[in-house]
Ligand binder design. Structure first.
Ligand code: MD3
Ligand code: FE
Length: 212
């Protein structure tokens, strides 16, 4: 990989690398996801307390998987339905983390968000279920373009929107790690990568504090 340079986002610690993954790498990742989904079938998460189903489905790779149901948000070492450990994180993603993460320990979780259909979105939220809040979050987008929103440290703070297209890589580190963010909508038909249309987002996270 050539030394990539991020585009200016106006937010310190938020680095966007448009098209960092080329078409061949995107296809290889889709294939790895297809394999992983056989062992760890996507499921529909539910909201804490109310059990309200989300508009997207999810699965995970890695030693820990992020999960949400009536009992709350948490990381789990096993798939909620099969009871099996999550499949390993694809090599391409571990390489990206090494190159761009600047963190002394490997990621433990790779959450896969699957956006299909006009109604798929993700409300404004903060990622705060990780003990290692000093570690960045690394996101890879595949398939249809989305309109992504990044705000401040309070829900009501003003926000800016960006588009994330297939092959784009985003790093959320430093002071941007705790910003509110969400996915407003998917632009249907904007990519042919995913069979039947839709968008996939992969987020790599370090969950536990590394032992020195
Ligand atoms: C900006 N996923 O899984 S990834 C999530 O596109 C999540 O599926 C979105 O938010 C998606 O939690 C966005 C990019 C991302 C992740 C963490 C962030 C952006 C962020 C933390 C702070 C600011
Ligand atoms: Fe998030």
């Amino acid at each position: 990989m050539a030394k990539p340079t991020p585009v200016e986002t106006g937010f310190e610690g938020l680095a966007l690398y448009p098209g960092l993954l080329g078409p061949a790498e995107q296809r290889a990742l889709i294939e790895a996801l297809r394999e992983g989904a056989k062992a760890a079938p996507p499921y529909r998460p539910r909201m804490p307390r109310t059990g309200q189903p989300w508009s997207i489905t999810q699965t995970n790779f890695g030693p820990l998987g992020w999960f949400s149901d009536e009992r709350g948000y948490r990381y789990e070492p096993r798939h909620p339905e099969t009871g099996e450990p999550w499949p390993p994180i694809p090599e391409i993603l571990l390489d990206l983390w090494t190159e761009l993460g600047h963190y002394p320990a490997p990621p433990e979780a790779c959450l896969v968000n699957i956006y299909r259909g006009e109604k798929a979105k993700m409300g404004l939220h903060q990622d705060r279920d990780e003990a290692a809040l000093d570690a960045p979050v690394l996101s890879v987008s595949l398939g249809d373009t989305c309109v992504f929103r990044v705000g401040g440290y309070e829900r009501r703070d003003k926000s800016k929107s960006f588009r994330l297209s297939s092959g784009d890589v985003l790093i959320l580190g430093g002071p941007s790690r705790m910003r509110f963010h969400g996915v407003d909508r998917i632009i249907p038909g904007s990519s042919q990568l995913v069979e039947g249309g839709g968008r996939l987002n992969l987020t790599l996270r370090r969950v536990s504090k590394p032992v020195a």
